[in-house]
Design a protein around this ligand. Structure first.
Ligand SMILES: [Zn+2]
Length: 557
């Protein structure tokens, strides 16, 4: 079940029924009036934004281009740079100002090569479907080795395996408990709705970002049924566990990413010294879905010499586990993995453009999403959808500005990169604009795929709800909108803003197929749902414009 916002509060604050009807039933809009208009009332601005998106959305056209013509957009890749340039051109075409590519650096790049694995004993010849984790090295050519279930939690435990792991293929965790796809609850949410009224204390925000350092590995770690993303309640997380890792997830030894600390390092060193071939992890998703995640860690030369890491489709992982669990028989596979590390540092970019504020141009409302993606598919729902919602929001806000209805504050549209490896692009933004952050009112981020936007979680900022909600009355007429809640969400680019003290809200979205699609080879354009994305852009545009036009910045406390 998805987080839902109680309707009663919305009912309480309902005032403008007539406007809602107008919004709902409005016939397709005329193009924004070319004649100069007197300044519009706020509700009329809302209506104009909503109607323009409905009438002339370019979301699907843009998303198709991004998905099919540019494709997967790994941070540091030529495809991502193409996407940066293309989105900058779009922003210029839409009439944004100060469009620029803001550079930052990653230490080294990575290119996916071949990853194949075949069962040779028992000799059924089954081809095992695998995908390398990002920034994983390859094997030393084609090797054949035993499948070994490595049952070790401490350095001492490893001694039992000494001399036994040459070319071994290592399994460390039992197969994930993957819910059948008919169990919709597992795929659509299942977490309690944060209650708006619930008093919540402020989080120690500085700590938040530190804890979230290895976050992507947490977020993407199998198994699937314990694999949530955006709608976590980090305050409930056990200490030391990354914030968007569900609390019921047993603490792991840092599989694939290094947050198991010292033992993970010891394990990697041991496996390398013993000449193991690779470590395999369960993709943890149903029906042959692969996943990938990972990122740069430490020095390139060291990473290159590390142990290869792959994800395997759940069906095959469970098969290998069953076979390797037989007490006396051997299970052997042939494996070949070839990935390439690209020497760095590599310059990558955030795409940024603005609609300048008419009264307080130095005060900023950020509307953002991440443009980078994984590259097993085309990154449509993670996060082509959010990127194209941001572009559409930019289009309509700029169109209104051209007609004399610029926002009072500057609305800055940001397409971040390096999100998938740990929110790096948005962190760089926050670093770069540190001195300006006191004049940032809010950062709004769209990053949970193609589902409708139900609201925004205000990250425990309960005071913002009564302050802002009366300004969002018009959204009650937008299908699916539930309102604001005090809940906290993890896993995307609003977090660096929050950690720096700027209200940072991620869209609370309907899960739709996101849990199945993202990071998989199934994250493709056919999953995109136009009505939902139009709805998302309507919410973004109205919310951003309203916040930009408030008399004051959003309150910090
Ligand atoms: Zn994402």
């Amino acid at each position: 079940m998805l987080p839902r916002v109680p309707v009663s509060r919305l009912a309480l604050s309902a005032v403008i029924g007539g406007l809602c009807l107008l919004l709902t039933n409005r016939t397709p809009a005329a193009p924004l009036d070319p004649a100069p208009m007197p300044h519009m009332a706020a509700a009329d601005l809302d209506r104009a934004l909503v109607a323009e998106i409905k009438a002339r959305s370019e979301i699907m056209k843009n998303l198709e281009y991004l998905s099919d013509r540019i494709g997967g957009r790994l941070t540091g890749s030529a495809s991502l740079e193409r996407a940066n340039k293309w989105t900058a051109e779009k922003m210029k075409e839409y009439g944004l100002e100060n469009v620029r590519l803001e550079p930052w650096e990653i230490p080294y790049g990575w290119e996916r090569g071949k990853a194949s694995m075949r069962l040779v004993e028992p000799g059924t010849g089954v081809e095992l479907t695998v995908a390398s984790a990002g920034w994983s090295p390859g094997t030393k050519g084609k090797v054949t080795g035993d499948v070994v279930i490595l049952n070790a939690r401490t350095k001492d435990d490893l001694q039992a395996y000494k001399g036994k792991l040459k070319n071994a293929v290592i399994l460390r965790q039992p197969p994930a408990k993957v819910a059948p796809v008919t169990d919709l609850n597992s795929y659509l949410g299942g977490r309690p709705t944060p209650k708006k009224e619930e008093p919540k204390k402020e989080e120690p925000k500085k700590e938040e970002l530190k804890k979230e350092e290895p976050k992507k590995d947490a977020k993407e770690a199998p198994p699937f049924v314990r694999y949530d993303v955006k709608n976590e309640q980090p305050k409930e997380q056990p200490k030391g566990q990354p914030k968007d890792q569900p609390k019921e997830q047993p603490k792991k030894g840092g599989e694939f990413g290094g947050f198991g600390g010292q033992f993970q390092t010891e394990l990697n060193d041991f496996l390398k010294a013993e000449g193991a071939a690779c470590v395999v992890s369960d993709s943890g998703k149903p029906h042959g879905l692969l996943v990938t995640t990972g990122g740069w860690r430490g020095d390139r030369a060291v990473a290159e010499e590390g142990i290869a890491r792959v994800y395997m489709v759940h069906e095959h992982y469970a098969l290998l586990w069953r076979l390797a669990s037989r007490p006396k028989e051997t299970t052997r596979v042939e494996v070949e993995i070839s990935n390439k590390f690209v020497p760095g540092p590599i310059v990558v970019y955030n795409t940024i453009g603005e609609v300048r504020g008419s009264e307080k141009p130095d005060e900023i409302v950020v509307v953002g999403a991440h443009l980078d993606s994984w590259e097993l598919a085309s990154g449509t729902t993670d996060n082509g959808t959010g990127s194209c919602v941001v572009l559409e929001t930019a289009r309509v806000v700029a169109a209104l500005a051209k007609k004399g209805e610029a926002p009072k504050r500057t609305i800055r549209f940001c397409l971040f990169t390096g999100e998938e490896q740990g929110l790096y692009g948005s962190r760089k933004y926050v670093e770069k604009y540190k001195a300006d952050l006191p004049k940032h009112s809010v950062a709004l981020v769209h990053d949970t795929g193609t589902g409708k936007v139900l609201g925004f979680g205000t990250q425990g900022r309960t005071n913002i709800i009564p302050f802002l909600e009366p300004h969002l009355e018009s959204l009650k007429a937008v299908d699916g909108w539930k309102g604001l809640d005090a809940g906290r969400q993890g896993g995307t680019d609003h977090l660096p803003f929050e950690s720096a003290g700027v209200p940072g809200f991620a869209c609370r979205q309907d899960a739709d197929e996101y849990r199945l699609t993202h990071h998989t080879q199934s994250d493709t354009f056919d999953k995109a749902k136009e009505p939902n994305l139009i709805q998302g852009a309507q919410v973004m545009a109205v919310t951003a414009m309203r916040i930009a036009n408030l008399p004051e910045l959003l309150p910090r406390k």
